[in-house]
Design a binder for this molecule. Structure first.
Ligand SMILES: *[C@@H]1O[C@H](CO)[C@@H](O)[C@H](O)[C@H]1NC(C)=O
Ligand SMILES: *[C@@H]1O[C@H](CO)[C@@H](O)[C@H](O)[C@H]1NC(C)=O
Ligand SMILES: *[C@@H]1O[C@H](CO)[C@@H](O)[C@H](O)[C@H]1NC(C)=O
Ligand SMILES: *[C@@H]1O[C@H](CO)[C@@H](O)[C@H](O)[C@H]1NC(C)=O
Ligand SMILES: *[C@@H]1O[C@H](CO)[C@@H](O)[C@H](O)[C@H]1NC(C)=O
Length: 947
């Protein structure tokens, strides 16, 4: 009867403890983590994924969050009903974004969100979400964004009910007619910006609002919206004056079948600030005519064929107001673009972009000879994916206002000396992704103001010394991939040589040798400011690690098999580094990374693809890092996370652990992490060990740290069993095998042990032999009687009863001081070390108590709170009473007010009747304390034998 009831109680408790689902929400906290969040990146932001039930899944979130982003479970296209007041407890919410679709959104779904200023409803699947939404009550809402939400089911006045609506963004609303939107805007007076994206809308009818209400035939009058952005598809038919009600357009994008000029006149608006369109044949004279007619300032046009006017002068008058043009040819055939003509027609440009044309290499030079005035305003020029070939000298002589020049993917294979002379204001030069193989000394001559130079993705085989010497204001140099001839086995780069003196402001350097080894030299230079250094390559060695330049490095990013100074990891020489990232490729010989423990300024550390199991000093590798805030370990083959590792992680806020191997995570690992807020365990697979059992309850109950686990299988965390083959569900494993340390045990102990004691007492009374504790007690008694003066055998000298929260004290103080003192040497029994796995916990306790000569209770507040400890103590005192021997010793780890003690009658009585020891606060007294304790524990040891 009693047993059955016990089992019933246990069953009830286990079934509610183990509903351990992966957490779906986390709070966005960490600012220096480079994780793109799908939400507003401010503090007080919560992000929830795979939500199936809004109320239930958001239950644990703090109510004061200001931003909330929710993604519904993507498998559920129509995720049920959004209930009334779904968010009402988050009354501080200012920003709400929901990805997904509901079958129905209740009328009062958003009630209570009085501070909400921005609401986004996006459905990412290419069908329309047919849910009607009611926005009334959102009295602060200023910005509303709808994507793939059909407007059809919403009331005609759906937007009128939002009194402060200023920004409305509608994307793919499955419109049959533009009227569906325009008529709903009729009475929205506060609207300032209106965006409409609808690539499928290719017929523009004159707005007719009578489909709402047959008696209301009133046409909308011209709206007064400051900025209207319309992005339409390829337009088939336009009613005359179709968009006249909109007055002016800020930006219009559409595809024109043939005659874009006619299309524009049918649309019927007055002004268009920016025009983006595609057309098969572009006649520049028509374009300029349109520019004049609609006061267009910015043009971006995609075309197949281009017709330039024969006499550009008249055309250029029409295009006088155009300040930005973007000429983008479709990929099919090559079109030779005459830059002379372009600058003749567009003579007032401040920005020019030309993509996918053939340009002649001396084009710009001839512009300077014939039309120097027309490029005077130009400050940005992007020439992308053109065919240029060569940059000849003095090419840009007259481009005196140019600040940014991009010549990317343009097949540039050489730069003549003095190529950029005249670009006195140039700040940014991007030559990325070309065919440059050599840089000569005078290539960059004259670029005195240049701050940014991008030379990435060029197959360099030679850089002359002093090539960058002219760039006295350079801040950023991106250089790679060095590809020196194959007969040079190792690429050598001497930074001070290619500069001939490091620029005063240099603060970002990227050097890549691609997949080849490289030897670097920095030179005897000192920087006044800090340097971000990024190195990519295969095996990288540094010749002069004592270079003062390295002491300026605050951010070091390495993507190479190794980077060594002699045999040492470079870390040793970058003592000022604040952010360190090292991505290796599981290379051997990376040097001893434990020098990381000298980088005491580190705030962010990111190690990836490094085999830490081969490192000799992992336990001390992260010591001294008391300022570390973010630690990211990706695939680092770390087998063990324990307290020695995390000892100095006082400031650690965020830990990301991505592992492909199986790990053990011990509880003392997290005990030092007092600032931890965000723990992410991706791909986690544990070893099936009770050492990790604490995780289950810790993850569930921890309020301070949010834990995000992502497991590829999503069936919860798995573990690898001892045989190395079976993969088990970790929670089930813990449930079946580890009764100690986990919440389950503590939880169950209240009731279970009540019945256990009833059992003991009953069994004692009725002499039932089948209960092991009773067997022990009685056998202890019998032993006592039989061997009164004989020698008795014990497995341990001392059974230590303590709270696992005091584990650190036990491991760091008690063990070394007791087990290593002697002879004779004491053998201690600790539950965390010596309990037999798989055995019942009470059996373990009674076994251990009776297998030990004495029981040592370490009394602390934690101990008093711990139910297990009180069980241990009761069993201990029980034995004391039976055996009448001096077997129980108390040590007080801290002062405990008698008020607290008096609640524990047994303990209080023991304190009164027995001597006990206090752990001295004064370190000088401690030696004497250990001496006394050891004497007490080892007294009459010689009368006993220890197995
Ligand atoms: C709403 O915003 C106001 C002004 O910003 C603020 O004073 C108030 O506390 C906010 N309400 C809630 C519930 O957070
Ligand atoms: C507007 O639509 C209604 C039917 O929806 C039609 O009867 C009416 O003629 C249309 N008005 C105009 C001006 O096109
Ligand atoms: C239809 O329009 C009339 C007059 O404009 C208005 O009184 C009535 O409420 C409207 N009905 C609906 C269902 O919108
Ligand atoms: C250019 O404009 C002038 C006057 O505006 C006109 O007389 C002349 O015919 C035009 N030339 C062309 C080729 O359109
Ligand atoms: C950092 O810690 C290690 C071992 O914990 C120690 O040997 C070393 O001296 C410390 N280094 C600094 C710079 O404090």
């Amino acid at each position: 009867m009693v047993l059955r009831f016990m089992l019933f109680v246990l069953f009830l408790q286990t079934s509610c403890i183990y509903s351990w689902l992966p957490r779906k929400c986390f709070i966005y906290i960490v600012e220096d983590l480079n994780i793109l969040t799908p939400c507003r990146e401010t503090t007080n932001t919560a992000i929830c994924d795979q939500i199936t039930d809004i109320k239930e899944d958001l239950r644990g979130l703090p109510t004061n969050i200001q931003s909330l982003c929710i993604r519904l479970d993507s498998d559920l296209h129509y995720a049920g009903i959004l209930a009334p007041g779904s968010f009402s407890k988050f009354s501080s919410l200012e920003y709400l974004k929901i990805n997904g679709c509901f079958s129905k959104i209740s009328q009062e779904a958003f009630t209570g969100l009085l501070n909400l200023t921005s609401l986004t409803l996006h459905f990412n699947i290419n069908v329309c979400c047919e849910a009607s939404v009611d926005f009334s009550g959102l009295s602060s809402l200023k910005s509303l964004s709808l994507s793939q939400y059909s407007l059809t089911l919403m009331t005609p006045n759906v937007f009128d009910t939002i009194p402060q609506l200023e920004i409305l963004y509608i994307e793919n609303a499955c419109l049959k007619d533009l009227s569906e939107v325009l008529c709903r805007l009729k009475n929205v007076k506060s609207l300032k910006w209106f965006y409409l994206w609808d690539k499928d809308l290719n017929v523009l009818h004159f707005p007719n609002c009578s489909f709402f209400n047959t008696s209301d035939r009133q046409r909308p009058t011209v709206y007064n919206i400051e900025k209207i952005h319309l992005y339409l598809g390829s337009v088939k038919h336009i009613d005359e004056g179709a968009l006249k009600v909109l007055g002016n357009l800020w930006e219009l994008s559409f595809g024109s079948r043939s005659d874009f000029l006619r299309d524009l006149s049918l649309i019927g608006v007055e002004n268009i600030n920016s025009l983006i369109f595609s057309v098969n044949v572009l006649n520049i004279d028509e374009l300029c005519y349109a520019a004049k007619l609609y006061s267009i300032k910015y043009i971006r046009v995609y075309y197949r064929t281009l017709n330039l006017p024969a006499t550009p002068t008249n055309v250029s008058i029409h295009c006088k107001e155009v300040v930005e043009i973007d000429l983008d040819k479709w990929l099919d055939k090559k079109v030779l673009l005459d830059m002379d003509l372009i600058f003749h027609i567009f003579s007032n440009l401040s920005r020019l972009r030309v993509a996918r044309h053939v340009l002649k290499s001396n084009d710009f030079k001839s512009v300077c000879l014939s039309l120097p005035e027309s490029v005077k305003q130009l400050s940005i020029m992007h020439l992308n994916a053109n065919t240029i070939g060569k940059i000849i000298s003095h090419q840009f002589m007259c481009f005196t206002s140019l600040e940014r020049l991009q010549l990317t993917r343009s097949n540039i294979s050489s730069i003549e000396g003095f190529a950029f002379t005249g670009l006195d204001k140039l700040k940014e030069l991007n030559l990325c992704d070309n065919k440059l193989s050599r840089i000569f000394r005078d290539a960059f001559s004259g670029l005195n103001e240049l701050m940014f130079l991008d030379l990435q993705e060029n197959p360099f085989i030679q850089i002359e010394s002093n090539s960058f010497g002219h760039l006295i204001n350079l801040q950023t140099l991106l250089l790679g991939d060095l590809h020196f001839p194959p007969n040079i086995s190792q690429i050598k780069l001497d930074l001070s040589d290619i500069f001939g003196g490091i620029p005063f402001n240099l603060s970002n350097v990227f050097i890549s040798s691609g997949i080849r080894p490289m030897q670097l030299k920095f030179g005897d230079v000192t920087l006044n400011q800090s340097l971000n250094l990024q190195i990519k390559g295969q095996y990288v060695t540094v010749e002069d690690c004592d270079s003062p330049l390295l002491t300026s490095v605050v951010k070091l990013q390495i993507n190479a098999k190794y980077i060594l100074c002699g045999k040492d990891f470079i870390g040793k020489y970058v003592k000022s580094v604040v952010k360190l990232e090292f991505i290796s490729a599981f290379s051997d010989n990376i040097g001893d990374l434990s020098v990381i423990n000298e980088l005491v300024h580190l705030k962010t550390l990111n190690l990836e693809d490094i085999d830490l199991s081969k490192q000799p000093n992992v336990p001390i590798m992260f010591h001294n890092l008391t300022k570390l805030r973010t630690l990211i370990l990706t695939n680092c083959k770390i087998l063990f996370l324990d307290g020695t590792l995390s000892k100095d992680f006082k400031a650690l806020k965020s830990l990301v652990f991505i592992a492909e191997n199986d790990v053990n995570i011990l509880q003392n690992f997290v005990e030092h992490l007092s600032s931890l807020k965000d723990l992410r365990l991706y791909g986690l697979r544990l070893l099936c060990s009770c050492d990790d059992a604490w995780l289950v309850s810790w993850v569930k109950d921890n309020r301070q740290v949010q834990v995000v686990m992502f497991n590829p299988t999503m069936n919860g965390v798995q573990c690898l069993s001892d045989n190395g083959i079976d993969v088990l569900n970790f929670v089930h494993f813990v449930q079946d095998n580890c009764s100690l340390n986990i919440e389950f045990a503590l939880f169950a102990s209240t009731t279970a042990f009540l019945y256990f004691f009833i059992f003991v007492v009953l069994s004692y009374q009725f002499a039932g032999q089948y209960i092991k504790p009773f067997y022990h007690i009685s056998s202890g008694w019998f032993r006592e009687a039989l061997h009164k003066d004989g020698r008795q055998q014990y497995r341990y000298d001392v059974f230590v009863s303590y709270s696992s929260k005091d584990e650190r004290w036990v491991m760091e103080e008690l063990l070394p001081n007791l087990e290593q003192r002697g002879p004779p040497f004491l053998r201690l029994c600790l539950h965390s070390r010596d309990f037999q796995l798989g055995q019942d916990i009470v059996e373990n306790i009674t076994d251990s108590i009776y297998a030990s000569r004495r029981t040592l209770c370490l009394v602390s507040r934690n101990y008093i709170r711990s139910r297990w400890c009180s069980v241990e103590m009761r069993l201990g005192t029980y034995r004391l009473q039976v055996e009448q021997k001096d077997i129980l010793i108390l040590v007080f780890l801290e002062k405990i007010p008698s008020r607290l003690l008096s609640c524990h009658h047994k303990l209080a009585r023991l304190v009164k009747t027995r001597t006990y020891l206090d752990w001295p606060l004064d370190p000088e007294m401690r030696e004497a304390f250990w001496e006394r304790l050891w004497n007490k524990l080892s007294s009459d040891k010689n009368n006993w034998t220890t197995l």
